[in-house]
Design a protein around this ligand. Structure first.
Ligand SMILES: [Fe+2]
Ligand SMILES: [Fe+2]
Length: 190
């Protein structure tokens, strides 16, 4: 579907590895938010024929939440408060209001969040293979599922209006490229 217009900065991985427990807390909250987001997409009449798929995605996200929460428990980490991600915040604020624009933008934002997560999980699965084999395996297991979500959201957007989805994808990829270069020191995944 897409070619990112910027790669993940080199400083991202060392920062995440140095703050792994806090990043796991953030990730746990992200899975909870992903479940809510999938359920929120059901509100759009344009997605009526995909209610079953969206419900399935929401259930998978809740399973991921449970898996990561169990991992936190096993490491003696409490869930704690969620932290806001500047990247996710900007991507969501980029969604236009208005009947037909909003659903396409919402699907593209959701798709790109899944896509970047998928990419980062692959990097983490590899980087943690020797030092944290359990966490590495969890990330490797998540890659397939999040990759499926990414594809689903994009295909739903294309089904609604392929031309507009492709045009708007370019705008979102430009925004992602701009934002991903703005590094921050927050101990979060995005
Ligand atoms: Fe997930
Ligand atoms: Fe997902």
């Amino acid at each position: 579907m897409l070619l990112w217009r910027a790669s993940i900065p080199d400083e991202w991985l060392p920062k995440v590895l140095a703050n792994l427990n806090e990043v796991l807390v953030d990730h746990c909250h992200l899975e909870r938010k992903a479940a809510t987001s999938a359920l929120n997409l059901i509100k759009y009449p344009e997605l009526t024929s995909y209610v079953r798929e969206l419900n399935q995605i929401a259930q998978e996200e809740l399973e991921h939440f449970g898996t990561i929460h169990a991992l936190l428990d096993s490491r003696g980490i409490t869930l704690g408060l969620p932290k806001a991600s500047p990247w996710i915040g900007e991507m969501m604020r980029f969604i236009r209001k208005g009947r037909s624009e909003q659903v396409i933008d919402h699907l593209i934002a959701a798709s790109l969040i899944e896509g970047r997560s998928c990419q980062k999980f692959q990097i983490l699965a590899e980087a943690l293979m020797d030092s944290e084999p359990d966490v590495s395996k969890m990330y490797a297991d998540l890659v397939k599922s999040e990759g499926g979500h990414y594809a689903h959201f994009w295909l739903f957007a294309c089904e609604i209006n392929s031309q507009e989805a492709h045009r708007r994808l370019g705008d979102f990829l430009d925004l992602d490229a701009k934002l991903i270069r703005q590094s921050h020191n927050l101990p979060i995944l995005h």
